[in-house]
Design a protein. Structure first.
Length: 272
């Protein structure tokens, strides 16, 4: 695969060995009544470079809020976030974001959609075209680069959205329930695709999901968030060999971790 050097990257970690450091971060939203709504209680978290970390928690607990803070899209009320030893003060070119909907521009071809961040960041598009084509090939979209979003299935569009986030070669990939709108079979395939992409690209991934099995299947660590105002109440290491296959869900270690997380969230039902 062709890889272009990223000259806009974060500095190497200088505060800790962690790529992401969150220190006493809170967020309170103002309201019309004047009484703020507390979305996040103080959060302290460190994430090592190259790891895959998932975050699960009840709806409305602040998972997406925390991700938007890491993306530089929201400013925390208190505390500080460091990425690569540098304090985060806004969106960073070293952070790629994938949302639940790929939001591809319908009038652009797939290759032009995935190269859009390069144009927005005013980089040399020609230097990144080979990387874009390599990534499209990696996710099985070679031959579709000149198609338009309407000509692709939902899963294919989401693959294009992941490629778009990866093309600028960020060190960090933030993913906010990227497979939540997909059917079960497509979601399983996307989980395997993402596992392969992470193995080859070795980005630091912060992944939000409502699926406990998905979190355990994909991750090195699974974080559990409380109800709003959200805080991290548990941090599980997933010690299951990679690459993982679907039959890993039958591993006793997998089942024990998933069951414990489900108990913390007071969830019901089996592996979904």
């Amino acid at each position: 695969m062709s890889t272009m050097p990223n000259t806009d990257v974060l500095s190497e970690p200088t505060i800790t060995d962690s790529l992401i450091t969150i220190e006493q971060v809170t967020l309170a939203y103002p309201t019309a009544t004047g009484a703020p709504v507390q979305a996040l209680r103080p959060i302290d978290l460190e994430i090592a470079d190259g790891t895959f970390v998932s975050l699960v928690g009840p709806s409305g607990c602040g998972k997406s809020t925390l991700l938007k803070i890491l993306a530089g899209l929201l400013r925390q009320s208190e505390g500080v976030v460091h990425l690569g030893g540098r304090e985060l003060s806004g969106p960073s070119p070293d952070v790629g974001v994938v949302f639940q909907q790929p939001v591809l521009l319908p009038w652009l071809t797939i290759v032009d959609n995935v190269l859009l961040p390069i144009r927005v960041q005013k980089r040399n598009v020609a230097q990144y075209r080979d990387r874009a084509m390599d990534l499209l090939r990696m996710v099985g979209l070679d031959g579709f680069e000149k198609r338009y979003p309407s000509e692709l299935s939902g899963g294919m569009q989401q693959r294009a959205g992941i490629v778009r986030a990866l093309v600028p070669n960020p060190r960090i990939l933030l993913m906010d329930e990227p497979f939540g709108a997909l059917d079960a079979l497509t979601r399983e395939r996307m989980n395997d695709d993402l596992q392969r992409i992470w193995s080859e690209e070795r980005k630091t991934v912060f992944f939000i999901t409502h699926s406990i099995p998905e979190a355990v299947y994909l991750s090195d660590r699974v974080l559990v968030m409380s109800e709003r105002p959200g805080r991290i109440v548990a941090d599980f290491s997933v010690d299951i060999e990679r690459p993982r296959r679907l039959d890993a869900t039958g591993d006793p270690r997998f089942q024990q971790t998933a069951t414990t997380i489900r108990g913390l969230l007071n969830a019901r039902g089996g592996i979904d």
